[in-house]
Design a protein around this ligand. Structure first.
Ligand code: F6P
Length: 737
């Protein structure tokens, strides 16, 4: 389109110039042609008169009228000669050719359509009279017309050839410029030192050093921020938003809403969902005061919104807007329970549960993604908001938003693992999902391993250009940056921490456990990826191996009911309940059951108490993107005691190296780790906990959000620089044409 527009800019003036030239030239050319032809006729007349002179002189002397007539008639056979006459010196017409036209005589002047010339006839120096030759001029107009048409055709041909040439040069020139520009920008943005990168083209050389300096500064800033020892706090995030995205609107999209209004027995109550996503994104929204678009799933959600389906939150101290989107039961079933949780969830988690793909679910998934994309467009104040898309519920939304708001900066975080290409390949709509995700400006995963899996999956199933070094995918002319951003939690405020000793006592008391009873803690949504059954089996095995622990140790398992309308989840709950019962019967004792199973939601405060009361926290997920329970446990332990047993299949295991890392499928290993944790001397606990606490404190959720937003700001700047260069190039091209 752009080269076409550029060519028009060249073709239009060319047409005007050639048109004006033709307008001026054609009458001139007419006149010139007329003159040429008349001159030609005169020359021919002179030649004819010269050729007649000698025979005429003799014939006139002999007064041979017949001879003269026949001489004249022979000469008149020439194409344009109409008549010939001879006039004597007194102007009398003596001889003339046959068919002599009326009105033509020896007097000056010629009838219409004839050109008359005369030449004296002399003999021996005596003038005998004049030979008068009349030639037809009708052919001159015909020839002049023909000549004008030829000339016009030549102008037209010239116009077509020059325009085509111009368009061709503009097209290839533009392509070359844009390619060079992209190479230049991507090479300098993603980092220096990509081997084999071609040098900047000469036309960019005056710009290159400025551009490099700017991009280098941006990269430097990113690296500095990443390695900065300075702690990330809500204030730092706020000032970053203020400095880097000043005035830019921030919109969050997620399925789960951060505040759910429920109709309780005594009026409306507000509930916080058991969601790592909400835990992580909420502090960002508090800091940037944007709009969060989510599914309104609470029984009192509709009565608490305004006419635009908006409600200010948090309810006690509003800091941002929650915009609710309503779904029918059928939509929720197909999009959320069906495609997202029976399809994508088991597809992305290696927990050996078969994904289920139904066309009807897919159709709802597409429709609901479109509904949320429409809500994003409706909530956007301008054409370039910053949109933060959350999770696997919205794989199609980024492209849908990109089509309507091409200048938006769309950042998506995929909160669950990304599988290898073979596993992902079983999804019947894999290409559509990947194309949807490549509508993002920036796509984040928890770990570099998930990023690698994603790039390999794209490579396998879509026609794209992937720069592995730079971690970018170019698809349909758009660039998506793929980066790891390990998610985390908000580091708790130091003021008024809960007292650990009090929590230990109160929790034990509420569970009717002796004061010195050892307590392990599990906190999860009741989900088959969390390895709850494996955890219970490890407890059982530990008690088998260490019977002296029976009556001295219990596991408190908090399992928040989740997605309970799905068979797989109902089956899991039944299995877990049965297993807990069996273990409690097997290791029955008068002091306390070994497993205290609580299938219910615990609020933040209850959980904070449990984290402080526990000696050990067990995180035994079979597969988990990150697992924030591990980090919450560490953050809660300001006494620097407590041991974390952590599955090697969580994203958290890549950061929390001082935890006791286990393979949850290996029940003996789990049992040994649990026993070791229960026996660990306090000094060792402190050493491990201190190190993990400093990591979680520094690598907190503000850093997670901050780095993502910094990258978004950097990409936004890059887009603006690119646009500036585009407009610079356009101006240069305009000037050149
Ligand atoms: O792990 C993915 C995730 O979306 C988390 O962010 C969140 O903790 C959990 O799933 C919530 O699931 P749901 O919203 O289906 O209850």
């Amino acid at each position: 389109m752009r080269p076409f527009q550029l060519s028009l800019r060249f073709i239009f003036p060319l047409a005007v110039v050639l048109g004006a030239f033709a307008l001026v030239m054609l009458p001139l050319v007419d006149e010139l042609a007329q003159r040429w032809f008349l001159r030609d006729l005169d020359i021919r007349s002179q030649l004819l008169a010269r050729s007649l002179r000698d025979p005429m002189a003799d014939l006139v002397a002999l007064q041979d009228a017949q001879g003269i007539q026949s001489l004249f008639d022979r000469s008149v056979s020439d194409a344009h000669v109409r008549a010939i006459a001879f006039c004597d010196m007194s102007g009398r017409l003596l001889y003339r050719s046959s068919g002599f036209p009326p009105g033509l005589g020896c007097e000056p002047g010629a009838p219409q359509g004839l050109r008359v010339t005369d030449a004296p006839l002399e003999q021996d120096g005596i003038t005998l009279g004049r030979i008068v030759i009349a030639q037809e001029t009708g052919f001159i107009d015909r020839r002049t017309d023909e000549f004008r048409n030829y000339l016009f055709a030549i102008f037209l041909l010239m116009f077509i050839v020059i325009s085509a040439l111009g368009a061709w040069i503009a097209h290839w020139g533009w392509q070359g410029w844009m390619q060079s520009l992209k190479t230049l920008v991507s090479r300098d943005t993603v980092g220096p030192g990509r081997l084999g990168a071609p040098p900047a083209p000469p036309e960019f050389r005056p710009l290159v050093s400025d551009l490099r300096a700017l991009l280098h500064e941006m990269n430097l800033e990113r690296r500095t921020q990443q390695q900065s020892p300075q702690a990330w706090t809500p204030d730092k995030l706020r000032s970053l938003l203020h400095d880097e995205l000043a005035g830019d609107q921030v919109l969050v999209v997620s399925n789960r809403e951060p505040y759910i209004h429920e109709q309780g027995e005594h009026g409306i109550v507000v509930r916080r969902p058991a969601s790592g996503l909400v835990t992580a994104v909420e502090p960002v929204m508090r800091a940037c005061s944007g709009t969060w678009i989510a599914h309104g799933s609470g029984s009192a959600d509709r009565v608490t919104v305004d006419a635009h389906d908006r409600v200010p939150v948090p309810p006690k101290r509003p800091a941002y807007t929650l915009r609710r989107v309503w779904l029918t039961a059928e939509e929720e079933q197909g999009y959320y329970y069906g495609f997202a949780n029976e399809g994508l969830w088991p597809l992305c988690h290696m927990a050996h549960v078969r994904p289920v793909f139904r066309t009807s679910d897919w159709e709802q998934y597409v429709a609901v993604n479109q509904r949320f994309a429409d809500a994003v467009v409706a909530e956007a104040h301008g054409d370039d908001p910053v949109v933060l898309v959350q999770d696997y519920h919205f794989a199609l939304l980024p492209r849908m938003v990109r089509e309507r708001l091409p200048k938006a900066t769309i950042i998506m975080f995929w909160h669950i693992p990304w599988p290898n290409p073979e596993s992902f390949g079983i999804c019947p709509w894999r290409e559509e999902l990947l194309a949807g995700l490549l509508g993002n400006t920036l796509l984040g995963f928890h770990t570099p391993f998930h990023c690698k899996n994603f790039l390999e999956t794209v490579d396998r199933y879509l026609e794209t250009r992937i720069e592995y070094d730079a971690s970018t995918v170019s698809y349909g002319g758009e660039l998506t940056q793929v980066e790891p951003y390990p998610i985390s939690i908000a580091w708790p405020e130091p003021d008024a921490p809960l007292d650990v000793v009090r929590c230990r006592n109160e929790v034990r008391q509420s569970l009717q456990l002796p004061v010195l009873h050892q307590l392990a803690l599990g906190v999860d949504r009741l989900d088959y990826t969390k390895g709850i059954a494996e955890r219970l089996q490890a407890v059982d095995r530990m008690l088998d191996q260490h019977p002296e622990m029976v009556g001295r140790f219990s596991l408190l398992q908090v399992a928040a009911p989740s997605r309970s309308s799905l068979d797989e989840y109902q089956g899991l709950e039944a299995r877990v309940r049965k297993l807990a019962l069996a273990i409690n019967q097997k290791h029955a004792n008068p002091v306390a059951p070994p497993v205290l199973l609580r299938v219910e939601h615990f609020d933040e405060e209850q959980l904070a108490r449990c984290y402080r009361a526990a000696d050990v926290c067990l995180v035994t997920s079979l597969h988990d993107g990150m697992n924030l329970v591990a980090k919450e446990f560490i953050a809660a332990r300001d006494d620097e005691l407590g041991v974390l047993v952590l599955s090697q299949f969580t994203g958290a295991a890549r950061e929390l190296h001082e935890a006791l890392i286990i393979n949850p499928y290996h029940i003996e290993q789990g049992a040994q780790a649990l026993y070791r944790a229960l026996q660990m001397p306090e000094a060792e606990q402190r050493e491990r906990m201190r190190s993990m606490r400093s990591r979680v404190r520094d690598f907190n959720v503000y850093r997670w959000a901050g780095l993502m937003l910094l990258d978004a700001a950097r990409l936004r700047r890059r887009q603006r620089v690119t646009e500036k260069i585009h407009s610079h190039s356009r101006q240069a091209l305009r000037r050149a044409s």
